[in-house]
Every structure is written in structure tokens, then in C-alpha cells.
Design a protein around this ligand. Sequence first.
Ligand SMILES: NC(=O)c1ccc[n+]([C@@H]2O[C@H](COP(=O)([O-])OP(=O)(O)OC[C@H]3O[C@@H](n4cnc5c(N)ncnc54)[C@H](OP(=O)(O)O)[C@@H]3O)[C@@H](O)[C@H]2O)c1
Length: 294
Amino acid sequence: MTAVRLAGGPLADEIKAGVRARFERIRAKGIVPGLAIVTVGEPPGGNPYVRSKCRAAEELGAHAAVRRLPATASEREVRATLEELSEHPAYHGIILQLPLPAALDEDRHLEDIDPEKDVDGIHPVNVGRWVSGLSAHRPATPAGIVELLRRHVGDLAGKRVCIVGRSRIVGRPLSVFLSERAPGMNATVTLCHSATRDLAAVTREAEILIVAMGQPRAIGAEHVRQGAVVVDVGIHAIENPPAGGPRFEGDVDYEPVSRVASAVTPVPGGVGPLTVAVLLRNLADAAEAAAERA
Ligand SMILES: NC(=O)c1ccc[n+]([C@@H]2O[C@H](COP(=O)([O-])OP(=O)(O)OC[C@H]3O[C@@H](n4cnc5c(N)ncnc54)[C@H](OP(=O)(O)O)[C@@H]3O)[C@@H](O)[C@H]2O)c1
């Protein structure tokens, strides 16, 4: 079997087209959708993820700004920046770029963001709302994966899904969304982490395997059930890539896995484009809500 290459680009383009139209309607009311990204201790060459979010926002008609704080920024400075942006009428979405330097407490600073502007969907208010099945900003990567699976697999009811990784931005929210009592969802979800025993035995049970473990090529053919759909969230830059060869790899060893699976997302070009598209859709939601309140 050679797996289908499950690219995220076509769905991401559709989502972005919808966002572009929504941004145009918001601009017609005299409001420019605004995204602010706060970085603490960004490397001198900049952060490619921050650049790509800003570029995509601007391409679709939003305004994007980066507030760069030094790695030595105090808790008070970070809080003041997030509170100022939360009050600022020009910004409808705020991203605190994680991870923060070890001296800062991520949980504490996420609460410094106005939940309405938390387009990453990880403020405790938003987490509480989406866990309860209420409307809220939802984290972009898992929300995009759900849409990709719905499109490729169809109804997920009763499907055996295994997720490797329980991060707050990918694995844990994905486990909540897929097991939700909601049309198209109702999957049976297993959530694995570093204390999981005999990982391959668990992952081989899955009809859908989603890997967000941050370990290059950790998942091989031995982890995959024949015919499974495999979603690779991991992304790692290859040091000294061969001339003309790949510059990134995922958590999944693509070639051997694609001989067992029925579909595999590539890296790059799988989950990554969806993340940015859904993030900007969250920004459209936030800007529309602000326009209605104005
Ligand atoms: N394409 C995108 O848009 C996108 C978005 C977000 C993240 N990513 C990428 O996705 C990857 C994961 O990132 P993340 O932030 O979700 O997770 P993360 O914070 O890096 O955490 C990794 C998770 O994997 C688990 N894990 C690590 N080694 C394991 C092992 N040997 N067996 C089982 N579980 C293991 C960890 O378990 P413990 O909890 O027990 O430590 C943890 O839950 C990274 O490569 C990241 O760059 C990509």
C-alpha cells in the first residue's frame, strides 16, 4: 500500500478565502482587524512562526504587529504589555508566543490576555468553555486537524483514535474535540504521553493516529495499523540538509509509515498551513465580535 499524501493546503486555502471575505466586510465598517504577537527573548534572526503568522494576516487584509520583549523581561513588564494590548482597540487578537523563558510563568501570563482576544484559545476561560462544549476560541492546530479528518474520513463516530502527546495546544484539546458529543465527532480517544507503556501496542490499535510528540521520526511502521490515517503534527528543521533535499521532518518516519497507512500528512505542507488559517479565522471571529459591540 502507498498512502495518500494528505496535504493541508487546499483546506487551508478555502478557510483563508472565507477569512479574507470576512476581513473585507469588517474593513467596510471602518475597522481594520488587528493581530498583536508578544515575544519574549526572540532569537536575533527572528522567529519563523511569528513571521509566517504576521505575513498571512497581512496578506488577508489584517494589520499585524509584534511586541518584542527581551529575554530578561520581568513578570511586571510582560503583564503590562499584555494588559495594554488587551485594552487597545486596534488589536482584536493577541498571541503570547510560547515557550516563555524559564523565569516566567506561562499559566499566569495567559490570564493577562483578554479572553475575547485570546485567538490561541488557551486562556483558562476559553479552555473551560470549549471543554464544556460552549462557543469559544479553539486552539488552531487541533481545530484544523479535526476539519481535515472530517473531510478525509467523514463521520468520526466510534472511530478508534490514538493521540500521542498531551500538550495544551495540540494533544489535549484534540482529545476533547474528537470525543465531544457533537455531530461528526464521538470518536473513541486514547491519549498517550511519556508514561505510556508499550506505545506501539497502543498506537497499532488506532484507525486514526495523530502524533504531536516533538520527537523527530519517532513513529515508524511498527506503530501503525494497516490502513490507518496518520496525522503528523511534529516539525523539525534538519541540520545540514542535503542539497536539494528536505529541510524539515516530522514526528513520523514518512516513507515506511506510508507503506502501511492509507493516508499520511506530509511535513511540511500537512498540518502547518491549517494552523495559520484557523488562527486567522479566530481573529475574524474576534474582530467581528468587536465590530458588533462598537
Ligand atoms: N504544525 C503545527 O502547526 C504545529 C503546531 C504545534 C506544535 N507543532 C509541533 O508538534 C510537536 C509537538 O508539539 P506540542 O507543543 O504539541 O507538544 P510538546 O509540548 O512538545 O510535548 C510533547 C508531548 O509528547 C509526549 N511525548 C514525548 N515523548 C514521548 C514518547 N516517547 N512517548 C509518548 N509520548 C511522548 C510528551 O509527554 P509528557 O507530557 O509526558 O512529557 C508531551 O505530552 C513539536 O514538534 C511542535 O513543533 C506543530
